[in-house]
Design a protein. Structure first.
Length: 182
């Protein structure tokens, strides 16, 4: 799957939360990465809301462009209510040291522990998203702590060599159990 712009990813609620924050934070920008069936409607939505100049749509990004987008960000907001497993975009944001605002959908609650490395939304509503983003914008110490925790944990727990070793250990254990039964 690629970065998909679908309603179930909470993208409209995110934009509405951003709209509520915009008057208090005139320098705040929203960058939306991905493509999908909602892209044109989303573009029209932000233009009609009067914040088109403050919202950037990157389209699908990968490689060096993705690194650039993540490094330029201050927060990663992923208000999904889609049946997520272990979202790669969340792990990539953590590896880039971004504090996260997300939900408990799928396996996310096994990755994000509030408040150590992110804020978990109870509901995907514009008000809840606004409150979480506002909390992070107003608390530089919390953001810094999350940044450090996320970068360390993403690399220590979810990097390719670590995950590969976990699978190798798992398969070796399965082989040991199968051989013990002989």
């Amino acid at each position: 799957k690629r970065q998909r712009l679908v309603r179930e990813k909470g993208i409209y609620e995110l934009i509405d939360g951003f709209l509520a924050l915009a008057p208090d934070y005139p320098e705040l920008k929203l960058v939306i990465a991905g493509n999908g069936p909602e892209e044109e409607r989303l573009r029209d939505y932000v233009v009609n809301a009067g914040v088109g100049e403050r919202v950037t749509f990157t389209g699908y990004v990968r490689g060096a462009d993705k690194v650039r987008v993540l490094k330029a960000a201050g927060l990663f907001v992923f208000p999904t209510y889609y049946g997520e497993g272990c979202p790669v975009s969340l792990l990539e944001a953590m590896a880039a040291g971004l504090p996260v605002v997300t939900t408990r959908a799928g396996g996310i609650s096994h990755i994000v522990r509030e408040p150590e490395n992110g804020l978990l939304l109870n509901k995907v509503t514009p008000g809840d998203i606004e409150a979480a983003i506002r909390q992070l914008l107003e608390n530089t110490q919390l953001r810094a702590a999350m940044r450090n925790t996320n970068m360390r944990e993403a690399w220590d727990r979810y990097s390719a060599p670590v995950v590969t070793q976990l699978f190798e250990n798992l398969y070796a254990g399965v082989g040991d159990v199968a051989n013990a039964g002989r």
